[in-house]
Ligand binder design. Sequence first.
Ligand code: SF4
Length: 284
Amino acid sequence: MTIPTAPLLELSTLWIQVTGTWCNLTCTHCLNSSGPHNPWLKSLDTDMVIRSIKEGAELGIKEIYYTGGEPFLHKDILLLTAHALEVAPTTILTNGTLITDQVADHLAELAQNSPYSLEIRISIDDVDPEKNDRIRGQGAFSKAIRALQVLHSRGLLPIVTATEILRDELPEGSGMYEQFRDLILSLGITKPRMKIMPVFSIGRMEGEGGPLLTPEMLDGFDYSLLQCSETRVVAEGGVYACPILAGLPQARLSEKSLKEAFKPCDLYHTACVTCYETGMTCKN
Ligand code: SF4
């Protein structure tokens, strides 16, 4: 079967998988199977991240995202955030469990001194602590809530990110958005921000395969609806097509520079069908 490809229309978003798949949690739906032991994708060293930011700046990127794994496990995450904020609006995707008062102080200071915005995205999968912790691990809920509070108290407005993993367990007649909005409001955060994402058949949710995209399905399709048309990801081993497929050999477009990754990417994975059907982007 011919594998369809997506063109890179413009590189606007640079993702950097700073801690590879190294995480302090082992969420059941993690799309890159991150965890504390033997991460299959290693962290990037500080110089490598700084070089990638520099190259991204030369290529005109408009946004930077730090992800993992858990970015706050990187020993230089605050230094790296300072570097990113010199170049573009920056977002850190985190489980929130490592955001102490001290870390929050430092983040607030970085945000205040940058001409660009700093966004912190905190993952929570259900407003019920027990349900959330069934997915994300014991104690994850209370630590994430505390992170929301310490960031908010310092003037940052974190974005809660939830997946639809527990959508089927929603009480009758209630929606995810309303549930999370009410939770955030109950914390005294008067401007709730959130992002809801589908679950992808990849990583710990990888099934026995599934439908794939075909060239016929993409006939006349607007490729700008796929995030791989405007993003690239730096992770161990090179530059990859998108945050969902980062680290996977078939998604690797270059072993070195971002510029070399300016080429079409294969839409070879079942996860691509989810993007195609939902128009989902990992961006804010
Ligand atoms: S998973 Fe989505 S963003 Fe990644 S290559 Fe496939 S279609 Fe593009």
